[in-house]
Every structure is written in structure tokens, then in C-alpha cells.
Design a protein around this ligand. Structure first.
Ligand SMILES: *Cc1c(COP(=O)(O)O)cnc(C)c1O
Length: 387
């Protein structure tokens, strides 16, 4: 047996481990302090009742022979595929065949697994800073990676690659910077991919946080994108499904990859839980939509509060307008970890150091609108008085 030695080339993402260690040290020295965690990337609001009811009745069906279900279709139930097309795409003038919509257990696994479709020799472009999964999956596969810097000089909007690349990962609204692409900016990427025979893997996990009318929600709003783009969606951040697990991936026939992905899923994935798919269906019901909108508005308001307050204190802040993340430049020339430590020691605040998302994240920390509102208000007061 020979192991896959590429695993030894993986960068050590000690980010959350390092945060935990520093927090633990702090708590050992100050056992009575109550920490305010305002950097976390997981949702916190409870699910709307109608979604929980849908899961309960789906589970109940499994208790009776008349309604019991075994394996479902590998790429998901058609009632969910059709509902997704009707609600997420047709209103934007986009249409798909249900077989182009692959229901998943969340975006995370598909973002990693899509790498199965491509040869090892492909050149991969990934933004820096980035959500770590794209880098890791391609290192595991032994591919060469080009990092595209996202800098404050251009509001964290990446320039097109200077050399030819084959696979491009884009995530907008962006985690961690909160940046978005305008229609025109996204059009340039689609054009690049068309001219270079590249494929774009578009991570739309934060699409629900877009408020500005001119920001595209889907890459398929750009003419010609169906030939060059795979789009990955998740109910995690939109509907609070980080524990429920459900998402979907769009692989248009025009990419020439739909049959391959179907084959891959039939072999390596046996379908998303029936209970999760019924929960996902309920997110599109009138009560589901209403409950989700309440949660999203709450997060959006928290984001605006963090952004506006920090800005009024003189901080250089980005994001937060069409994304749940606020990307804050460290003051006094501090690096990410110095700012993190000052926030922890002087304000009892736990943030997320930007350097953990890549070299270009150095000098920033990420704040999150998923945080408890009361903690956010207290945190902002402490930052104002103590940093
Ligand atoms: C949270 C997140 C996802 C969603 O992951 P799931 O596996 O669906 O929970 C995808 N992409 C990014 C960038 C994220 O931050």
C-alpha cells in the first residue's frame, strides 16, 4: 500500500485550533471572564417552526409501511429539484432541467468532490484569502494552484489570472472578505473562462445576503455562463441548515460535465436524507420563506450595525453590506494575530484572524453577523473604549 503523499503537502489550517488554544490560555488565567464570540462562521438563529414540522412529519412517515421510504434518487427528489428551479432560477430568467440540479448534503462535500471530474494536470486558480476547502481538495488531488490576491486596493475584487488556468474557484458574496462582484465584473470571468476553455466553480453559499439590486445572485445571470460554470448552493447560511445538511449543485448540460457528475454521484453518493430534503422543500413554503427572511434580516441588521459602528470609530471596514462578514483592517499597523490578542485581552472578544484564510488576509480580522446581538453591542462598546 502506498498512501496519497499529497496529504503531506496540505497547509496546516491550525486557525480554529490556534484560536481555541489562545482562548483556553486566556480563560485559565481569567477563569471568571465571559467571552464575547463575534467571529464565528456558524449560524445561531433557530429554524422556523414549519421547517421543523416538515422534518418531524417526514420522520413519522418512515414509521409506517404505507409511507416508508428507502433509498431516494441519487441526485435528489424531483419535487425538490423542480421547486428550486421555480423559486431560485425562473424569477431571474434562468431555466434548467431537473437533472441539472443535484441535491447534496451541503456545499462543503461537493466543493471538495467536484475535483474528481478533472485531470490532475489542470491548473487551478483560487482567491487569497479563501475558504480553505478549495485549496485542500486540489492539493489532495496533486494539482498546481495559483493564488489570486484579493486586496483592499480593489475592494477585494480579484483581477483576472495573468496566465492560463483551467479551473477557477469563485465565492461571492465572499467568505471571509464580504466582497461581491457586480454583473460586469462577473461577466469578465465568464468571458475569460469561455476564451480559455476553463470551468468556474461558483460558490453561492451567501447568495441570500445580497441586498443591492445590481449584484447578481447566480452566475447564470451572465449570458454564456451555462457552458463554463458549475454553481454550488447551500441551505446552511440561508436557512440555518448547518446541522440539518442540505444544499444543491447545478451542473448544466452545456458544461459537458452533467453525465460525469451524475455517474460520480451514483457511484460515490447514495443521496441526501429524505428528512433533510423535506426540510429544504419547506424553506420554499410561504411560512418557510417568511421565517427565513426574519432570520436573514436579523443577521443583516447585525452586519450593518458592526460595519457602521466600526466605521464611525474610524476603522477601515469592508463587507457587511451584501454578506454576513465584516472584514476589518487592524489599527495601529498591527497584524491579524496582534489585533486578535488585543481584542481578547483588552475586550474579552473572540474574533477570527484574517491571516488564517491566506497570506492576503494578513492585517485583517473577520467579524460575523451570526453572533449574538447583545454580545455584538457589548463588543462594539468595548472596542470603542478599550482599543
Ligand atoms: C459555510 C460555507 C459553505 C456551506 O457549507 P455547507 O457544507 O453547505 O454547510 C460553503 N462555502 C462557504 C464559503 C461557506 O462559508
Amino acid at each position: 500500500m502506498k498512501i496519497n503523499t499529497h496529504y503531506s503537502e496540505l497547509p496546516t489550517h491550525y486557525l480554529f485550533h490556534d484560536i481555541d488554544l489562545r482562548v483556553k490560555d486566556y480563560l485559565t488565567a481569567h477563569p471568571d471572564s465571559k467571552l464575547l464570540r463575534i467571529g464565528v462562521g456558524d449560524v445561531s438563529r433557530p429554524l422556523p417552526r414549519v421547517i421543523v414540522d416538515a422534518m418531524q412529519s417526514a420522520a413519522e412517515e418512515l414509521a409506517y409501511s404505507e409511507t416508508f421510504r428507502g433509498y431516494g434518487p441519487e441526485n435528489g427528489y424531483e419535487w425538490l429539484q423542480r421547486c428550486i428551479i421555480e423559486h431560485d432560477f425562473r424569477p431571474r430568467g434562468i431555466d434548467f432541467h431537473p437533472d441539472e440540479i443535484f441535491i447534496s448534503e451541503g456545499a462543503g462535500s461537493d466543493l471538495g468532490n467536484l475535483s474528481d471530474l478533472f485531470d490532475r494536470s489542470n491548473k487551478v486558480a483560487i482567491l487569497d484569502p479563501t475558504y480553505p476547502a478549495y485549496v485542500d481538495a486540489n492539493i489532495m488531488a496533486g494539482r498546481e494552484i495559483t493564488l489570486i490576491p484579493c486586496l483592499k486596493e480593489n475592494e477585494f475584487v480579484p483581477d483576472l489570472p495573468k496566465e492560463q488556468v483551467d479551473i477557477i474557484y469563485l465565492c461571492f458574496p465572499n467568505n471571509p472578505t464580504g466582497a461581491v462582484l457586480t454583473r460586469e465584473q462577473l461577466r469578465l470571468w465568464v468571458e475569460y473562462a469561455r476564451n480559455n476553455h476553463s470551468v468556474i466553480i461558483f460558490d453561492a453559499a451567501y447568495e441570500a445576503y445580497i441586498s443591492s439590486p445590481d449584484i447578481p445572485h447566480s452566475i447564470y445571470e451572465i449570458v454564456g455562463a451555462k457552458e463554463v460554470a458549475i454553481e454550488v448552493h447551500s441551505f446552511s447560511k440561508s436557512a440555518g441548515f448547518t446541522s440539518v445538511r442540505c444544499g444543491y449543485t447545478v451542473v448544466p448540460y452545456e458544461t459537458g460535465l452533467q453525465a460525469m457528475w451524475m455517474r460520480r454521484q451514483c457511484t460515490k453518493y447514495n443521496g441526501t436524507s429524505y428528512i433533510s430534503q423535506r426540510a429544504a422543500l419547506a424553506t420554499y413554503s410561504p411560512e418557510g420563506k417568511e421565517g427565513i427572511a426574519l432570520n436573514l434580516n436579523y443577521y443583516k441588521e447585525t452586519a450593518r450595525m458592526i460595519h457602521d459602528e466600526l466605521k464611525s470609530m474610524g476603522y477601515e471596514v469592508y463587507g457587511g453590506e451584501n454578506a454576513p462578514y465584516i472584514w476589518c483592517h487592524a489599527p495601529y499597523g498591527w497584524d491579524s494575530w496582534t489585533f486578535f490578542d488585543r481584542l481578547l485581552h483588552q475586550c474579552q472578544i473572540v474574533s477570527t484572524p484574517g491571516a488564517g484564510f491566506g497570506q492576503c488576509g494578513e492585517g485583517f480580522v473577520r467579524f460575523s453577523a451570526f453572533s449574538n446581538r447583545t454580545d455584538v453591542i457589548k463588543s462594539l462598546q468595548r472596542i470603542k473604549e478599550q482599543i
